[in-house]
Write a protein that binds this ligand. Structure first.
Ligand code: FE2
Length: 192
């Protein structure tokens, strides 16, 4: 079964994000979906042809994590945008964040600081499935740094393509725009 690219055109016109930036970002995302399908097909064919004990198979297997997570993280990111930035729409999550970080402000400070780190990657607010505890985590590229047994609650893309067109190197201004457009009902729904 092949993956289909989701349509996020509803985000066009969102405050703080130009149409050019969003359209380029959607195109980039579609590339991850295409490559995920292509890699899965190629790996399945190699398995059938008994070509698994090869460096090609090993490298493509490694590449899967990059393409699949590139697809899925973008889906989580676009899905949690398009809102008003009003955290009041996530009362359960707000309570849980306050419990784990001391206050909503303290959580936001940590999330923003994680996003302001040098380098390209993602910031993910995770919930530990075992304890319910919430953590902000840095993800390198797409595949490195994920926590086992945790659920993605909120995602922010901090690759340069996510902000350079509109903000140049002013990453903090992009993070402001991100916070202003979070659709808090979505992370609320992801919370266990
Ligand atoms: Fe991206």
């Amino acid at each position: 079964m092949a993956y289909s690219a989701q349509d996020y055109s509803r985000l066009i016109g969102m405050a703080g994000f130009s149409d050019t930036l969003l359209n380029n970002h959607f195109t980039l995302y579609q590339g991850y979906v295409k490559n995920t399908n292509k890699l899965m097909e190629t790996l399945a064919a190699m398995l059938k042809e008994d070509r698994t004990a090869t460096p090609e198979y090993a490298e493509l297997k490694r590449r899967m994590g990059f393409e699949f997570n590139g697809m899925r993280l973008h889906e989580c990111y676009f899905s949690n945008l398009g809102g008003s930035g009003d955290a009041g729409k996530a009362p359960r999550l707000k309570a849980r964040l306050t419990e784990d970080f001391g206050s909503l402000d303290a959580w936001e400070k940590d999330f923003r600081a994680t996003g302001a780190m040098r380098g390209i990657g993602w910031v993910v607010l995770y919930q530990d499935n075992l304890t319910g505890r919430l953590f902000n985590q840095w993800i390198n590229e797409h595949e490195a740094g994920h926590w086992a047994g945790c659920t993605i609650i909120l995602v922010m893309d901090v690759f340069e393509h996510a902000f350079l067109t509109d903000y140049g190197l002013k990453r903090a201004a992009y993070i402001d725009a991100f916070f202003g457009s979070i659709n808090w009902a979505v992370p609320e729904g992801r919370l266990k």
